[in-house]
Design a protein around this ligand. Structure first.
Ligand code: ARG
Ligand code: GLU
Length: 720
């Protein structure tokens, strides 16, 4: 009896403190919120070393790479590391059959061989600031939601404008806890970012989609870029006169390695998490939305894979598309499993009941939160069919390439339909669309799209509530007597949007009256009616609902913090710079199985299979392995470590983020999570959630021994 009492008391204490591993923390608040715990967990540097506005700190070396990845600066000449899958689009753009950098890899042997990338940016944070008070100025308890939104927007515009006046910086303000708090970020955005190096795909993508989201892993998922500035050291568009960026700080690299339980932290730009979702919202996601997307993507992937396996050209054309379709598909499968395993829905129901009791315990709380749970239910009951319908629209209709392509021509139609538009103007506009058409069809296979259309429309028609279906879908079903294969056959053979030849013929000599040809095109009519239906019936309803939902979560997250004053909360990820910390750790995915915390080059040779594309081993890598030619990059144990896992709480956007050790030295580059842990966007589980990182020593080994780009190593600061 006594024992039970003690363990209950312990439970209560333990619950009020968050496990060190969970949380995506705000750099500016590390000192007050996390430093002590980070040190207790082994960190040897200070919060000021990580984020400071007075001195150079690690934050000066962290980059928002493009719009959705992280990168880190590793030399005083602006050399930057990120993932291979983050640089993929750029590497692909420089690739041709003659110079196939994707397949063969690319290494600039001097500065003038580095390749510029139009549109690519690198954003570095100058400083952040809590601007809650200024953003909410003019708002009272009586302000309505729509009024509030207007005031917030106006205030934000004013504050950001003032903040960067007279500088070349840009400012952005983001809401935290659904608008309970606002932070402003002052950024410097660099625009001349050049490709320095990338390993061949059989290293950078080793394991492909087969191994994606999985442990054990052997992917060499890194690429190398460099930031350039104008001669004055400030951001500038590409120019030959530009010079390598001189950063305030670059990361020191450690080749010491790590062992189990070593402290690590990840510093980067996590995109989205949804820890506050109610039980009903989690059910919406896992019972409705995820299964719809999973089923539709699985069907499309099967079709694409069948064709890729039979034709090497199709393999190239569809590699990036498959990677992106499969990435979501596989993540949601893992997420659903994880949420089921954790009983997230019933756990959340318990929390909500507790909250409701707390909310109704005093008159003041009752006035503020008394109806919250009931309101949530009302809003979600109403919104569910619309969210479902949105999923079908995006996964079954908008996912069809010809549909998206047809919609991209609407600007031409608008122009041509205007009375005052001249024939010359229309012709010029059409001509300008020719390049886009050519590049669209360069990566297009009608047969894949046609088969996908048949399957997707059938599922859309058979599984989705007809009340929320677009009329165009019902018309197709009726016309072809529910035979969607026949429908696809007929529609795709008649449409202009499925054939490069027909499309170019149309665009090359486009006249105003040709609009008619487009408007009666069967793909175009389907696309146009479906998107109009979505806009008018679905999107508008969702917009209305989302404003309410945001308001309810603002109250809910505030209420939860009041209810649990001892618990340290962290805001959901929102593409702002965060620190997350944990330790190098193995895990037990299921009964009887233990996963080790690192992999080695030996594992790549074990996985080798010349018949399976994802497991073809780079011959030169094999030679180096045979000769054990690892230079100074081998572990103390003599092997070449490739990838390792740790319990840092990460999400999409953390790709490319530096993984740092207790001294703040770079030991790895984050690139994925394990499948058992992908539910961490909704609920984190310290036993199962691991971030997956490439060992920095493997990157150095590839750069030095495989690519022979020793000059890059010489630029870096390496401690061992
Ligand atoms: N799962 C990783 C992420 O979410 C890697 C994705 C790219 N790799 C792939 N095989 N699709 O972005
Ligand atoms: N691969 C992901 C990305 O591109 C990171 C993995 C994750 O979602 O944790 O950001």
């Amino acid at each position: 009896m006594k024992k039970i009492l003690i363990s209950i008391a312990f439970l209560i204490v333990a619950q009020s403190f968050m496990r060190a591993d969970e949380g995506m923390w705000i750099p500016m608040l590390l000192k007050q919120q996390n430093e002590k715990d980070m040190r207790a967990n082994g960190m040897r540097i200070s919060a000021d070393d990580i984020y400071s506005i007075n001195n150079a700190s690690l934050k000066d070396a962290i980059v928002l790479f493009g719009r959705g990845c992280t990168g880190e600066i590793v030399s005083d000449k602006g050399l930057m590391l990120t993932n291979h899958h983050c640089g993929y689009g750029n590497i692909q753009q420089h690739s041709s059959l003659e110079f196939n950098y994707l397949e063969k890899g690319f290494w600039a042997m001097s500065l003038d061989e580095e390749l510029p990338n139009k549109g690519l940016t690198a954003t570095i944070l100058i400083r952040m600031e809590d601007v809650t008070k200024a953003v909410l100025e003019g708002i009272t308890n009586q302000t309505s939601e729509s009024e509030r939104a207007k005031i917030v927007e106006k205030n934000i515009e004013k504050i950001t404008k003032e903040a960067v006046k007279g500088t070349h910086y840009s400012a952005v303000i983001k809401p935290f806890y659904y608008g309970n708090q606002y932070f402003m970020y002052i950024n410097e955005i660099f625009k001349d970012i050049r490709l320095v190096g990338a390993p061949p795909s059989n290293i950078g993508k080793f394991g492909g989609d087969t191994d994606n989201w999985m442990w054990p892993r052997h992917t060499g998922d890194f690429s190398v870029f460099r930031i350039y500035t104008g001669p004055d050291g400030k951001p500038a568009e590409f120019s030959k006169d530009n010079i390598p960026y001189k950063p305030k700080k670059h990361l020191t690299i450690s080749t010491k390695g790590y062992k189990k339980d070593d402290f690590t932290f990840v510093f980067g730009y996590p995109g989205t998490t949804e820890q506050f979702l109610t039980s009903q919202a989690v059910a919406l996601k896992t019972v409705y939305e995820n299964p719809i997307a999973i089923q539709l993507r699985e069907e499309r992937l099967n079709i694409i894979k069948k064709h890729m396996d039979s034709d090497p050209l199709i393999r190239i054309q569809y590699a990036a598309k498959v990677a992106s379709i499969a990435n979501g598909w596989k993540k949601w499968i893992g997420e659903n499993r994880g949420i089921k395993r954790l009983n997230t829905i019933s756990e959340k129901q318990v929390l909500e009941a507790k909250f409701n009791a707390w909310a109704n315990a005093t008159p003041e709380r009752k006035a503020e939160y008394g109806n919250l749970m009931a309101d949530f239910k009302k809003v979600y009951d109403k919104a569910t069919p619309y969210y479902v319908s949105y999923k079908y629209f995006s996964e079954a209709a908008y996912s069809i390439e010809a549909v998206r392509y047809a919609l991209s021509l609407r600007s031409l139609i608008y122009l041509a339909e205007k009375k005052e538009t001249t024939e010359t103007a229309v012709k010029t506009h059409a001509q300008a669309l020719i390049d886009a058409a050519k590049s669209h069809f360069k990566g297009y296979q009608q047969v894949i799209d046609k088969e996908s259309f048949a399957v997707a429309t059938r599922i859309y028609f058979e599984n989705h509530d007809s009340q929320y279906q677009p009329q165009a879908l019902k018309d197709i079903a009726k016309k072809y007597k529910n035979n969607f294969d026949r429908a696809a056959e007929d529609i795709f053979s008649k449409s202009l949007f499925t054939s490069e030849e027909k499309m170019l013929a149309l665009l090359q000599n486009f006249k105003k009256k040709d609009v008619k040809k487009i408007k009666k095109d069967p793909i175009y009519t389907y696309a146009e009616e479906t998107i109009n239906h979505y806009r008018e019936e679905i999107y508008s309803a969702l917009m209305e609902v989302e404003e309410k939902i945001d308001h309810l979560y603002r109250l809910y997250s505030k209420g939860l913090m009041e209810m649990m004053p001892d618990k340290l909360f962290y805001p959901d990820a929102n593409m702002t710079l965060r620190v997350t910390y944990g330790k190098v750790d193995d895990y037990y995915p299921y009964d009887g199985v233990r996963y080790h915390y690192f992999t080695t080059l030996d594992g790549i040779m074990e996985k080798e299979n010349p018949d399976v594309y994802d497991y073809i081993v780079e011959p030169k890598l094999k030679e180096l392995w045979k000769a054990k030619d690892y230079g100074s990059y081998a572990d103390k144990d003599g092997s070449m470590h490739v990838v390792f896992i740790a319990s840092n709480h990460t999400t999409g956007g953390n790709s490319g983020s530096p993984v740092l050790n207790a001294d703040g030295h770079l030991i790895g580059i984050n690139f994925d999570r394990n499948w058992e842990g992908t539910m961490s966007d909704v609920q984190y589980d310290p036993d199962q959630c691991r971030n997956i990182s490439i060992d920095i020593r493997y990157c150095l080994f590839i750069i030095d021994k495989l690519a022979g780009a020793k000059h890059l190593i010489d630029e870096m600061t390496i401690v061992n």
